[in-house]
Design a protein around this ligand. Sequence first.
Ligand code: GLY
Ligand code: MN
Ligand code: MN
Length: 439
Amino acid sequence: MLKPQLVEFMRRVDKNSVAIIPAAREAVRSHDTNYRYRQNSDFFYLTGFEEPDAIAVITPSQEKKFTLFVRPRDLEQEIWNGYRAGVEGAVADYSADEAFPINDFDEKLSEMLDGPSVLYYAFGHSTPEMDQKIIRQLTSMRESNRKPLEPPATIVDPTSILHEMRVLKNAEEVEIMQRAADIAAEAHVEAMKSVHPGMMEYEVEAMLEAYFRKHGASGSSYTSIVGAGGNATVLHYISNQDQLRDGDLLLVDAGAEYKGYASDITRTFPINGKFSQAQRDIYDLVLKCQMSCIDMVRPGVRLEDLKTHSIEILTEGMVELGLLKGDPKKLIEEKKYMQFYMHNLGHYLGIDVHDAGRYYFNGESRPAEVGMVMTIEPGLYISPDTSRIPDGLNKEIPEKYLGIGVRIEDDVLVTEKGARVLTHKVPKDREEIEALMAK
Ligand code: GLY
Ligand code: MN
Ligand code: MN
């Protein structure tokens, strides 16, 4: 059976069209060894096919609507690198109407481009070689105007359709994403229970990732961030090589990739199991902000209004704590909160951790819709080094807050009734965290 996503894509494209969607290429890691292969997200979304060297061709008005070009079976290659579906498997297991060896693509391209009035192909998304191949073929067909050839007059980027489809998840995708969220949440709980002063950041990283793999995830959905103390104030800290010190906080931002879908969780907790007063001040403010934003999620709420809400809560809180001085309204106008809250409130989540799809239409922020999955992840980051804070040298930042970085991140599904928190299995309430760590 065709994937429902492919059926829907065919419904949305121009009928007299051909769509050409290439798979991801293998990527060299060093010399002659590759990174673990990951399929192109759009290709995976439409076909579920996870091998490299493949191209999907979709022609909705023709009898054979779905063609796959794939690596042919090859015993010698399969002994070294594993099983291939081959042209037979592409038809039998991936519902292609027909399949050909990948090396036949060039020869068949002229035929495929002759007739359809619209070509769906995303220039700049695949490789320059693939782009050139399409351009050369189109050019040669245009030049041959004394032959009865009809190359497509219109070229459309298929991601304009695909990425909009990917914004709204169907029931099956939600079920997979719930599992991705559960695995990551359970891993975070294990990490919280094991952390103690003297451990290394990379040990925590290893523990999380072992849990992911042990529970069926293909691995992490992005490089884990395990930042102790001041490292938590570096937004994309991934070296994870320092020691965990008594009295510091640990920020853990890690998610699992399960059946091709991502989860993305951040928790921040005290390395010795007890929050200090200064850590509490910051933590409680970020948590209040995060929960209030989650409460606000419902169909129709504009994504930018959620961000504005987070800015208001954090700015007012920072004034109360003495991190910012002045009138909150004016501080917001002047974007002074960006000294300590410099990223967005969240992002779509799906096959990509920062998932595809538009956030604005005609310059207007998009309203949330049932079926969207997104993260809600406010944070405050007060570098231990005031020279790294814009204006920091000129400001009296209460010393007790220097070196504290807190982010709290959950994944939420927008439902009719509001947000369903997919990552609810890992605690974020301060007392709950302390009780868990005391066990
Ligand atoms: N871990 C990437 C992010 O939170 O957006
Ligand atoms: Mn995130
Ligand atoms: Mn994250």
